[in-house]
Write a protein that binds this ligand. Structure first.
Ligand SMILES: Nc1nc2c(ncn2[C@@H]2O[C@H](COP(=O)(O)OP(=O)(O)O)[C@@H](O)[C@H]2O)c(=O)[nH]1
Ligand SMILES: Nc1ncnc2c1ncn2[C@@H]1O[C@H](COP(=O)(O)OP(=O)(O)O)[C@@H](O)[C@H]1O
Length: 222
C-alpha cells in the first residue's frame, strides 16, 4: 500500500455532523460557569446566544450573554418564526434565534444551549437525533441558595422566587440524557468534556465512514 493512499484520504472524524449540546439546571446550579469554561477550552463549539426580555445583570454584555430585547421585538421574532424555540421563565421571555444556530451547524461546529426544560422539549421535537442533553444538579438545596446569594446579582426577592421554582425545574432531570451533580467545578467540566468527546465519536455523526472503510478494503485487497 502506498503512503499516498493512506495520507490523501480524510479521516472520518474530519467530517462530522454537528451536534446540539443542551445544558439545563435550576438557576444557580452552575450552567453559566460550566458553559463559559467549556467554550474557552473548545474551539469546535459555539454558544447559542438567546434573546431575552429580562433586564441585564451587572457584568452581562449584550450580544455575548444574551441579546437583550424588548417585548414587541420578541413578539416580532415569534411571529416571523425566527426562533427555534421559546419559553417564559421567571415571568420573562427567552428564545433561541434560529439563523445563528443553522449557520454554526452548517460551518461544521457544534452548538451549546443554556436553556430550560421547556426549550429542550421543543428542540427534541424538532431535532432529537442531533441533540445531546445534560441536566446539572446542585450538590444540595442549601448550596444552591448559597450560590444564588453569593452570585450577588439578584435581589433577595428574585433569589427567593428562583429558589421556589428550583424543585419544579429539578423534577425534569429524568428527561435528560446525562446528569451531572456540580459539586467540584473542575470535575464537572471534565465530565462535560468527556460527554462531548464521546458524543462526537458516535457512528451516526462521522459522515465519511463508509467511504473510509471501503477505501481501506480496496487497499487491503491490492
Ligand atoms: N427555553 C429557553 N430557556 C432559556 C433560554 N435562555 C435562557 N433560558 C433559561 O432561562 C432560565 C433563566 O435564565 P437566567 O435569567 O439567565 O438565569 P440563570 O439561570 O440564573 O442564569 C435558565 O433556566 C436558562 O437556562 C432560551 O433561549 N430558551
Ligand atoms: N461547582 C461549583 N462550586 C461552587 N460554586 C459554584 C460552582 N459552580 C458555580 N458556582 C458559583 O455559583 C454561582 C451560580 O453559578 P452560575 O454559573 O451563574 O449558575 P446558573 O447559570 O446555573 O444560574 C456563581 O457565583 C458561580 O461562580
Amino acid at each position: 500500500m502506498s503512503d499516498a493512499a493512506t495520507t490523501s484520504r480524510r479521516l472520518p472524524h474530519d467530517r462530522r455532523r454537528g451536534l446540539m449540546l443542551v445544558l439545563s439546571s435550576p438557576s444557580g446550579a452552575g450552567k453559566t460557569t460550566l458553559s463559559r469554561r467549556l467554550l474557552a477550552s473548545d474551539d469546535d463549539i459555539a454558544l447559542s446566544v438567546s434573546v431575552t426580555t429580562r433586564a441585564k445583570r451587572p457584568g452581562e454584555v449584550d450580544g455575548v450573554d444574551y441579546h437583550f430585547i424588548d417585548k414587541p421585538a420578541f413578539q416580532r421574532m415569534v411571529d416571523d418564526d425566527a426562533l427555534l424555540e421559546h419559553a417564559t421563565v421567571f415571568e420573562n421571555s427567552y428564545g433561541t434565534p434560529r439563523a445563528a444556530v443553522e449557520a454554526t451547524l452548517a460551518s461544521g461546529r457544534d452548538v451549546l444551549f443554556d436553556i430550560d426544560w421547556q426549550g429542550t422539549q421543543q428542540l427534541a421535537d424538532r431535532a432529537r437525533d442531533d441533540l445531546v442533553t445534560v441536566f446539572i444538579l446542585p450538590p444540595s438545596i442549601v448550596e444552591l441558595e448559597r450560590r444564588l446569594t453569593t452570585r450577588a446579582q439578584d435581589s433577595a426577592e428574585v433569589v427567593a422566587r428562583r429558589m421556589a421554582k428550583a424543585a419544579d425545574e429539578m423534577s425534569h432531570y429524568a428527561e435528560y440524557d446525562y446528569v451531572l451533580v456540580n459539586d467540584d467545578v473542575d470535575r464537572s467540566l471534565a465530565n462535560l468534556e468527556a460527554i462531548l468527546r464521546a458524543e462526537r465519536l458516535r457512528r451516526k455523526r462521522q459522515l465519511g465512514l463508509s467511504g473510509f472503510v471501503n477505501g481501506m478494503r480496496e487497499d487491503a485487497g491490492r
